[in-house]
Design a protein around this ligand. Structure first.
Ligand SMILES: [Zn+2]
Length: 242
């Protein structure tokens, strides 16, 4: 057989094999991407806490049956129940590993302040942006948290309220920055965002119509992280002294 023909046949065979390899690799890569996308969607947290007239029903029962906060354990069937709502939030805070960035107009909740104290003990890096006047309002837990070493900043603009009610747990951007600062590797964290109308007050959790969105959507977490970081840098020098 002519050497020329053998050469062409080998070229042809090599091309077929190479095409097959590339195609199989591409197919496996597409499948893996689809699996990653599916696992992200499945594990993405998307929840809402609603506070409405049914929240008060449960609070009344709670006071009648037991003055303790964790009334009825985990068996409460009222999905608008105050202890159930606050327990859900506390669970997320208690599971945070690295950081909490809170931007809150009014913070008087004892239960959530205790969760912050536990977070301090676990070594989390916490920052708070709040309203200067509300930091000193009756029942505010902000000054107490400042005394525990949590830095608090507020805007200087006297004609604008710092009216946000959002909190970021383990924001990926913040985790990366802390990892760099502390020169130690941090696991990839799934940031959690709380945001909505709810001030962290007894009134807010019990007696107003309110909502709080809970999400781990990476794009939303990133956008809130960016605004928190922007405010934090912008309010530099406007610190609440312990
Ligand atoms: Zn209940």
């Amino acid at each position: 057989m002519n050497n020329q023909y053998i050469k062409y046949a080998l070229y042809g065979l090599s091309t077929v094999i190479a095409t097959e390899l590339v195609y199989n690799y591409f197919r496996r890569w597409m499948k893996r991407c689809a699996e990653i996308r599916a696992s992200r969607t499945e594990s993405e947290i998307a929840d809402v806490i609603w506070i409405n007239e049914h929240t008060q029903d449960c609070a009344v029962k709670s006071e009648k049956n037991s003055p303790k906060f964790f009334h009825n354990g985990n068996k409460c069937k009222n999905m608008f129940c105050y202890p159930r709502n606050i327990r859900k939030i506390i669970k997320f805070i208690d599971n945070a590993k690295y950081s909490i960035d809170l931007s809150m107009y009014i913070f008087t909740s004892n239960e959530l302040a205790l969760a912050f104290h536990r977070a301090i003990k676990r070594g989390l890096q916490i920052r708070i942006v709040s309203d200067q006047e509300m930091c000193f309002s009756s029942g505010s837990r902000i000054t107490e948290l400042t005394k525990c070493g949590i830095p608090v900043r507020f805007p200087n603009a006297t004609n604008m309220l710092m009216h946000h009610k959002f909190c970021i747990l383990d924001g990926p951007g913040r985790s990366r920055a802390l990892s760099k600062m502390q020169k130690k590797p941090f696991e990839n964290s799934q940031g959690i965002l709380f945001t909505g109308s709810l001030n962290w007050t007894h009134q807010g959790f019990n007696a107003n119509f309110e909502n709080m969105l809970i999400t781990s959507n990476s794009k939303l977490v990133e956008k809130f992280e960016e605004e928190f970081e922007r405010m934090w840098l912008s309010f530099n020098g406007q610190d609440l002294n312990s």
